[in-house]
Design a binder for this molecule. Sequence first.
Ligand code: SF4
Length: 144
Amino acid sequence: MVPVRLRGHHFLCVLTYRGYGYTEPFVENMTRLVGEIEAGRPVILCKGPDDICGGFTQHCRTVSDHDCGQPHTREMDQTAVEAINALVPVQSGEPFVMDAAMIAALRSGFADNSIRKACLRCSWSDFCTQIAREEYADVKLFET
Ligand code: SF4
């Protein structure tokens, strides 16, 4: 099975994803991918724009004034990978399945801020903090 390509900071974003995003096409794509991850489709770390970014169309760029290739977004990826690599084998270079136990471990680290340094400059940070406080209710990936 072809793995879902995820950039570093998206290993965090899937933890709090409630079905909100920049635009409708972006949300449709991310919701589908998150569903496939929950169903057991493997993931693999990639550099730069990934399969979630694949839902970000030119129209999305125009209406959101965001671009997935920005250098500071790549820095977020690196920061995220360094933080979460102790919990999940993101730097192994091999595809792996994110099961419920792995997601629970990541969510625990996310809630206690030990893996969230990459979120510091993200405009969604307060929203994701609130979702963690609400114990990840209504999220799309392994809803708790
Ligand atoms: S704060 Fe931003 S980078 Fe962190 S999980 Fe939320 S959306 Fe992703």
